[in-house]
Design a protein around this ligand. Structure first.
Ligand code: TXA
Ligand code: MG
Length: 331
């Protein structure tokens, strides 16, 4: 057994209790959510939160989501308006993160807010995450459990590959059901703004809100540092919306009509189901990336429902890497 594998534990009740004790003592525990695995720390403990940034090599300007067992707990630290209440009632627990004003006296470490006056909050829909949050009895700061700028992990093994010995314990809950990070909605302005398309489709948010959230403005100073263009990046180059693949390429396929000829083909959903495709996306990208191919060719994915978030992640995975760029970085 490798050193990494030694940290993975099946999430039975005894292990969840141990994880809670580690977290209360300022440790880092990776845990499954319905979206992706999170790297958790006590959100009220500055030193523990600082360890998250170090473990991920995450820039300090990129704020963290605080996770709660229910909306009532989230409302003790942040201010809910009518829109937030309506969304919480309709969508939580679930793959939606709300960016809200911090309450005066908010006990969540200001490191989680990265200097902003807002705090992102979320209630995950995953039994292990729920049990852990209730056992710890404090909010958990948890970004995706990958190194900064890389693909989010959807299995415990992928967490081990990403974070090595920076984490005290990895709770194994099997593959994540949704497979894409939560949708991030900013409710601090007059109009709701979708900062990150994710596991809760835009159409659903619009239904609950009675209006279509604004998209972040292209070229505006970024409201959410997670919107950096290159993100979710594999090492292998990517080509999007292709109709054919070369013999030295990997093909990430979608739907029943798959071109032949690629060195390796993984089909996100042979039947063309976007929910299935979302659940497979990151694991398949990891497998293709590990195969040492010249590039990864990706078939077109429709821009609707979960397809929006899938396309967003693929576009970022294909974008030039930060180190390829010069002074066009915002920070
Ligand atoms: O599904 C998820 O959201 C997963 C699981 C573990 O909950 N977490 C996750 O966290 O994806 P992270 O840190 O990898 O992505 C959170 C995103 C980032 O793009 C961050 O910039 C943005 O949310 N964010 C967090 N707090 C914010 C805030 N106060 N204002 C604006 N954006 C914020
Ligand atoms: Mg992330």
């Amino acid at each position: 057994m490798t050193a990494e594998a030694a940290r993975i534990r099946e999430a039975d009740s005894e292990t969840i209790a141990k994880a809670a004790t580690l977290l209360q003592a300022g440790g880092l525990v990776a845990f499954p959510t319905e979206t992706v695995y999170g790297l958790g720390a006590d959100a009220g403990d500055d030193r523990a939160v600082a360890k998250i940034f170090a473990a991920k090599a995450r820039p300090r300007f990129n704020p963290l989501i605080a996770h709660f067992p229910d909306a009532e707990a989230a409302a003790t630290e942040t201010l809910f308006d009518v829109r937030a209440e309506r969304l919480a009632a309709a969508c939580w627990p679930g793959p939606l993160t709300l960016v809200l004003p911090r309450r005066p006296g908010c006990r969540i470490s200001s490191l989680c807010s990265a200097g902003l006056e807002t705090q992102a909050v979320r209630v995950p829909d995953q039994p292990i995450a729920q049990d852990l949050l209730r056992a710890v009895a404090r909010p958990l700061a948890a970004p995706s459990a990958n190194r900064s700028g890389r693909i989010s992990p959807t299995t415990a093994q992928a967490v081990a590959e990403e974070l090595d010995d920076a984490v005290d314990l990895i709770l194994d809950g099997g593959p994540c059901r949704v497979g894409l990070e939560s949708s991030v909605l900013d409710l601090t302005g007059e109009r709701p703004r979708l900062l990150r398309p994710g596991g809760l489709p835009l159409e659903h948010l619009a239904d609950v809100l009675g209006e279509l959230p604004e998209a972040p403005k292209a070229g505006a100073p970024f409201a959410s540092p997670g919107l950096l263009e290159s993100h979710y990046a594999p090492d292998t180059e990517m080509r999007l919306d292709v109709g054919e693949a070369a013999p030295d390429e990997g093909l990430l396929a979608f739907g029943p009509a798959v071109p032949s000829g690629a060195a390796m083909t993984l089909n996100l959903s042979p039947s063309g189901d976007l929910t299935e495709a979302a659940a497979n996306l990151f694991a398949y990208l990891r497998r293709l990336d590990a195969a040492g191919l010249r590039s990864i060719a990706v078939m077109p994915i429709p821009e609707r429902g979960l397809g929006r978030a899938i396309r967003d992640r693929l576009r970022r995975a294909a974008a030039p890497r930060p180190e390829d760029r010069r002074l066009d970085q915002p920070l």
